[in-house]
Design a protein around this ligand. Structure first.
Ligand code: GLP
Length: 244
């Protein structure tokens, strides 16, 4: 779906999420959300906060799993995805703290493998992701599933692509400060979500969106795997959709 205005698009996505949360509340069920960082979902989070503050939307039944985190990364670090999520969403809503799951960027050595498996198991224990919000990197990554990521991959450690580190450079005040690795949910983890919405704004995403939507399905552009998902929508603005 191509919108002329990314703000209008973001508000619509936020309202879809809010409707899902409310319907789960009516059914007395938890709502399991897969969440993303980056600039693309910011306006969606802003609208969810507004719905909480002004329209009484409660997140008491919401459980969240974030897609990824840099490795190594301390929570308190301003560049951490933990910090990003708290600053932009969690600090402003009534989600129970124990319901928030973000990959831990401080796990070390052999513990990481066990940790990634436990993250995956925890998602399954909650009945899987009801909704997954995604952005897309210029390499075609979703989460941090860089080119070469396998269709059946689960949560794991990944080495970041050079382009991804270049793009993250300004946030880290220089590419040398960008971690070389990350923990990311896998392609299979993302694919298992019952509903997926991918957001992309601006001309600089146009080329990767064209490859993702119209190109062959391949690990070279991991986001192409979404073509096979039965309930996935790409929400774009005119810039991001300009090469389609
Ligand atoms: C990072 C995140 C991705 C995100 C991407 C795009 O690489 N790990 O989840 O989709 O950035 O970021 P932006 O939305 O700022 O373009």
């Amino acid at each position: 779906v191509i919108f002329s205005d990314s703000n209008v698009a973001s508000i619509q996505v936020a309202h879809e999420i809010a409707d899902l949360i409310r319907s789960k509340q009516e059914a007395d069920e938890q709502c399991v959300l897969g969440l993303s960082t980056g600039s693309s979902p910011l306006r969606v989070y802003e609208e969810l906060v507004r719905l909480h503050k002004e329209e009484g939307l409660t997140f008491s039944n919401v459980v969240t799993f974030n897609l990824d985190e840099y490795l190594p990364m301390e929570r308190e670090n301003r560049q951490s995805y933990w910090f990003f999520m708290h600053e932009n969403l969690f600090n402003h809503i009534d989600i129970p703290k124990e319901n928030i799951n973000i990959p831990d960027g401080t796990v070390e050595g052999d513990e990481v493998i066990e940790y990634c498996l436990s993250y995956e198991k925890k998602i399954k224990k909650h009945g899987g992701l009801d909704f997954q919000l995604l952005g897309i990197g210029r390499t075609g990554h979703i989460g941090f599933n860089e080119p070469g990521s396998h269709y059946n991959s689960g949560t794991r450690v990944i080495t970041l692509d050079h382009i991804t580190r270049v793009d993250a450079g300004p946030t880290f005040f220089g590419i040398d400060n960008v971690p070389r690795k990350a923990i990311t949910m896998g392609i299979a983890t993302v694919r298992s979500a019952k509903r997926i919405v991918l957001l992309a704004w601006g001309q600089n995403k146009a080329n990767i969106i064209k490859k993702t939507v119209e190109g062959d399905i391949s690990s070279t552009v991991p986001a192409t795997y979404l073509q096979e998902h039965e309930n996935c929508t790409f929400v774009l603005d005119t810039g991001a959709g300009s090469e389609l």
